[in-house]
Structures are given as structure tokens and as C-alpha cells.
Design a protein. Sequence first.
Length: 263
Amino acid sequence: MADIILKTEDVMIKFGGLTAVSGFSIEVERGSITSLIGPNGAGKTTCFNIITGFYKPTSGRVFFKGEDITPLEPHLVCKTGIARTFQNIRLFSGGTVLQNVMTGCWVRQKSPWWSAPIQLPSFRREERQMKERSMSLLGAVGLEKLAQETATGLPYGAQRRLEIARALATEPELLLLDEPAAGMNPQESLELMDFIRHIRDKFKVTILMIEHDMKVVMGVSEWIRVLDYGQLIAEGTPADIRTNTKVIEAYLGKEAAGKAEAR
């Protein structure tokens, strides 16, 4: 029996009179690399925002490790063990690479907030541990030598890796990646596939990914789900999705789907 870490049940969300997502029901198996794909405007990032608590669904439920997390605010969703990156990189522009990763560690902070100004020994000890963990994470993503550089001064691909390191600092069991290959050249995209596998295996996390680069999707995914106009239209292995006429139609139109079906 599959170990399901994330489950959504018939999730729908409306913005005014517009239904952005409808009937979104998925199960994500622990330890897998799963992609959520679809044309622009299909509702993929909206689904991520619902899972992570940024949006509250009009109806439906989100379950993580069997617990209903639908009502939780984003910081509490993060504490349960879900972390994410964003389509547009969101780093703390004035901070160093190390400070950005340490920010993620504060989710697991045990010292009370008032211990920081008076520098209690417990606070200093915990801060030292967070720094050590953050340096270890930077080593895992190949950025340890840049720890004292300004985060926004890094090359684009390095900023993506930094954002992932910061997400990993929250100690997630489920990592949501929103278009990690965006802005990358072909060589960087190829390297990203190995990097995603490395992250999954080293940190024992489940990965749910939104991505438009089909080489990355087909090269790294073990299971793929396809959204179009806010609804799931297909799911399966990369081989299944590559030849699915509904998927081809969603991306290329009915004529292309007809040609594919005729072959």
C-alpha cells in the first residue's frame, strides 16, 4: 500500500465569479518526484498557494500526513513539514547568502523571542547550531564559499539553489518547487535534474514541482499530473503523458492532438 504524504480532496477556489481551480484531487506518494504541469493560466501556482495556506479554498480539503491542514496559516503549514520556493525568486535582498538560509531555520526555533535581546546562553547556543546547519545546507547546494556574499548579487542559477537551501532549512518532508528551471539555459536545466534527485535522496524529501521545461519534467519526474483551465485532465508516468491526446490538445491544439492520435 502506497504511503501518501499529501492528499487533496475535490479542491475548488473562486475569485469573484471566476473559478480558478475545480475538482483538484491528487495523492502524492512519500519519496516521489511528482510534476504538476499545464499551459499558462491553468491554475498550477494557485494549487500550490492552496496547499501552503496562502489561499483558502472555496471548498475541498488538503491533508498532509493524514491531518487536515486546510485551515492553517502559511507559517503553521510550514511547521507541519511543507516548504516551497516561488516562481519569482524571493530572497532577502539586504542579507547575505548565509543569513537567508538561517532565516529558514527560525521556523524550528525553540528559544523564546525575548531571549534574543538579552542574549541568553540558550539563545546563543541555538543560534550557533542554526549557523552550522545553514553552512551544511550551503555545502549541499554548492554555495558554502559564497556564504558572506549578498544574496541578490549571485548569478540567477545560484539564487535558485539558495532559495531551495532556505526551504530545506525549515526541515521539510514535502518540498514544493515552483518553476525551478525558469530563466535557466539548457545546460543549467540539465544540471537541475541531477540536483533535484540529489536533494530528494540526501534530505529524504518528497518533491512536488511545477515546471514548463518539458525536458526537465520528462527527465526527472516519476509521476505527472496535468492541469488545464483549473481542472486535472490527465495523470501518469512521463511515457503516458507524452502520448496523451488531451495533453497534446491542451498545449498544441486539437489539430496536433488529432495527428498524434492518427499515428
